[in-house]
Structures are given as C-alpha cells and as structure tokens.
Design a protein around this ligand. Structure first.
Ligand code: 13P
Ligand code: SF4
Length: 318
C-alpha cells in the first residue's frame, strides 16, 4: 500500500468509523512516533517505547490497539494479560528484535557467567522469549539509568543493539559485553550524510537516536529517544534541527513545534515495518478484533519481571 499522508473524504469516513468502534469496544489506540501521520493523528496516545509501555500498564481500557511493531504489542500483553492486545498488521516486526534467539542468549549467559551472575539488560526491542531470559529491560529513554541501577560488581550483558550498548558504555563507564545486533534503519546512517546535512543547514542542531553508530553520535548535539527529541526541540532556542532517526518522527516534531524546521539526516531512514499499519487496517482490526497478540503464560510471567524492574527505575534494585 502506498504511503499517503493526504486527508481524503474516504479517510474522514474511516476515521469516524474507527472512533465509533474504539468507543464501542472500550479500546485505546496507542501509536509509536514512527507511525504514519494519519495513524498518529487518530491515536489516543503517541509516544516512544517507554511512554507506550507505561500507558499500556496503566490503562483501564479493555482493548489495546497497538500501532507499532510486534515486540511493542507483546510488551503490552506482558503488562496487561487480562486485556486484549491487537496489532492491526500481524507481520509488522522488528529486524533488530529478530537478531537474537532465546537459545543464543542462554548460550551467551553460560559462556559469560564463570561463577558470577551475569545481569542481562535487554533493549525493549526484543521478543518476549528474550525478555523471559532478561533481568531488566531498557529503552532508548532510560538506558543510562537502567545500567547505573546495576551493582558495579556485576558483569552486564546487553542485547540486542550494539550501538545502544556502546552508547551506554560511553556514558556510564561500565564494562558491558554486548550482542552485535543493530537496527538496519539507524545503522546505515553515514558520517558523510550527516556532514552533508550540516553543511546544507549550518544553523541546525543535530539530534540523533542512540540506535545510530558511535561515529554518528559523536557528531550529535543531543542523543535522545524519539519523544526526547520532541521535548528537546520544544524547549530549545534553536529554530532548525537535523534529525537522525526514522522519518516518521518528523510529523510529531513539526506538529508540536510550528515555526521550527526539521530536516532528516537521511530521507531514506524509513522503517517499512512501522509503515505497515494504515487507517483501513485499524478499521478491519476493530471490526474483527484480530489479529491478537497474546504472550503465553509461562513466557509472560518470566518476562514481566524484567519489564516491571525497568518501569520501577530509578527505584529499581539489582
Ligand atoms: P524510541 O521511540 O523508544 O526511541 O524507539 C525507537 C525505535 O526504534 C522503536 O522501534
Ligand atoms: Fe526495529 Fe529499527 Fe524499525 Fe525500530 S526502526 S522497529 S528498531 S527496525
């Protein structure tokens, strides 16, 4: 399906139907900051991974329609086992989350332990199976606090994002062993592209996501989660920003900051999985109440501890 942002009469009808069905089903619609503009505009809440997890854990809605990717809907299912969690397109996945299996993680833990307990920190961009083998999760918004919450006598293993892990090492000084996974969208951004954007917009600040490689983060004025970028741009005196993350973020950035200008570091930073859900898919999902994402109990119970410990930070105690 083509990636459209236009508001047509048809989309207005669909929006009205979606709103009526959300009400009828006692459902809440959550959307990640990378979702298509028309999806973000109809959502009850847009946010980064941390905000969406918190909202999922607190909502009293009976149904959560999650417009994001599979691991996000799984996280909502882990936190809210009694709610129905719907991911309108079941194969909206995350290539980075699929870069490690539970078997590989178990083998890695065994190899590292040598008598002392290894603390596994998993980026929330992981499958429920990985979370079940994890001590504490983190997101791009809280990774530093999560690492700092771990006793300094512990060996930390971080998975799956090598770039997020290297960012954490740099800002905590901790010795962290990490998996060599990456987000293909962020990992492909090059120093040349950032330099080109900077010379085209010399007054602009460069905001980068910690999923970008270290040499990109070295060029950044600020390293932020997606919602961190929205908040930073709002409070900054700067009028222009170069954005080093998936281009879906340009919509909420521009909406929240009229009068400021946002330029993608690379207009090709598009996560095709984050673009799979459109208004029509949301409507069909609400009509059929499918596809549901439900994490099996034995996995969920183990995974929940890791997500709960993250949500308890800074009071988390490892
Ligand atoms: P945040 O919105 O949490 O910064 O995450 C970015 C991301 O890659 C989600 O898939
Ligand atoms: Fe996964 Fe990267 Fe897409 Fe986020 S942007 S869902 S990390 S592939």
């Amino acid at each position: 399906m083509a990636y459209t942002t236009g508001i047509t009469d048809e989309s207005k009808d669909i929006k009205d139907e979606i709103k009526a069905l959300l009400h009828k089903r006692k459902a809440i619609l959550l959307a990640h900051n990378y979702q298509r503009p028309e999806v973000q505009d109809i959502a009850d809440l847009c946010g980064d991974s941390l905000e969406l997890s918190i909202k999922a854990s607190q909502t009293d809605a009976a149904v959560i329609v999650f417009c994001g990717v599979h691991f996000m809907a799984e996280t909502a299912s882990i936190l809210c086992p009694d709610k129905k969690v719907i991911l309108p397109v079941s194969n909206a996945g995350c290539p980075m989350a699929d870069m490690i299996t539970a078997k590989e993680l178990r083998r890695k833990k065994e190899g590292l332990s040598k008598g002392k307990r290894v603390i596994v920190i998993s980026y929330v961009n992981t499958t429920a199976d990985i979370k079940a083998e994890t001590d504490i999760c983190c997101t791009s918004a809280n990774v530093i606090q999560v690492v700092n919450s771990v006793d300094t006598s512990r060996q930390i293993f971080m998975t799956p994002d090598k770039n997020l892990a290297q960012y954490a090492i740099k800002h905590t000084g901790r010795n962290i062993v990490y998996w060599e996974g990456f987000c293909p969208v962020h990992n492909n951004l090059t120093v040349g592209q950032v330099r080109e954007a900077k010379s085209a917009h010399p007054e602009a600040l460069f905001l980068a996501h910690p999923e970008c490689p270290p040499e990109i983060l070295d060029l950044a004025d600020e390293v932020k989660s997606t919602s961190g970028m929205i908040a930073y741009a709002g409070s900054s005196e700067s009028r222009e920003f170069i954005i080093g993350t998936e281009i879906g973020i340009l919509h909420p950035l521009s909406k929240a900051n009229p009068g400021k200008s946002f330029f993608p570091a690379d207009p090709g930073m598009i996560c095709s999985d984050m673009k799979k859900i459109g208004l029509r898919e949301i409507l069909t999902a609400l009509q059929t109440m499918q596809p549901e994402v439900k994490v099996p109990r034995e996995i969920r119970e183990k995974a929940k501890g890791a997500v709960d410990r993250m949500l308890a930070i800074p009071s988390g105690d490892l």
